[in-house]
Design a protein. Sequence first.
Length: 348
Amino acid sequence: MKTIKLKKKTFQLPDSWEDLNYREKVFTFKILLRVMIGDLKDYPHIGLLKLLLKYTGYIPTSNAFYRNEKLVRYYLKYFFIHLYNIHYLIKFGWRKYRSRTRMIAAAYRPDKNDEELEKEIIDLGLLQLAEMIDFVYRIDTESKKIVPLYSFRTNPFPHIRLGKKMYQGKRFIVTVTAVTDITARCFVDALDLLILMDRVTTREDRDECICKICAMLYPALPDHRENMLSAHYKRMRKLDPAVKFGIVYWFTGIVHLFRTSDTYRILFERTDAAAPDADRISIGMNEIALFLKKEGYGEPDGMNLIDYFDAQVKALKDYLNKAVAEGVTPAKIQEKTGIPTYLISQLT
């Protein structure tokens, strides 16, 4: 938690998703959804301000309050100016007394320009504080894009409740290394649905993909295949849309973690293979999953996700080393597989 001070008050500002309680997480995902595809897409700074006010409970003093406060102070000063100069009334008369007090009071009259300037200062200060929320999303002002920040260290929703039943979520803990109980088959199937979400044209089909991903990550049955053959995914339709969005967003963060990892990103980097379809060799993630067991690396259905990725890297290295040993040039391998030549050199 970050400690910030506003005037005479001190507030605690969350520093990560793990600092939020359940209600704050749901609210954050609602704002994030509005910023990414909703009414706040063109006004992402407002989203940060809403998060700031929610997290801190701070209520900015309205402009009307400042205006009324200044008027009250002005009238008090106006009264004391008349009272302090009462001797001037006795000595010079009413006209000179009124002229003098009005001249002095004019110097204390609130300026409308000062009021607008103070409002701008308050808005700027709140915006600077809102930008301290650096774990939800970032605003790229140059390209005018929203950059999602998948900064989860744990599952944001360890469990969900549907009616009277509670379902335990899959774990993915990020510290120095990643630890998870997600299996390879669960990850591959969920990834297929995540990719399919961008291709479907109807909202119903997209919602169906989301419900199935949630059912995989919050299973009702321990066996993955039996869980998906059951009607468990239909129960997810009753789940709060913000929670479903949060679950899919968290899983997207897991995929992003592997895509950007120095160790595993090689599994995602491909160029367009120049060879015809008949000669092209496909060795992507799903293809490797099919022959991992055949090659002796393990059974994907029960294999831990981290072990699965390690097996993919090893299988890819074995494949490339075998090809090089047989005299296949890196350029030819790149032509048939789409793997960049610099990666082929690193792996062989």
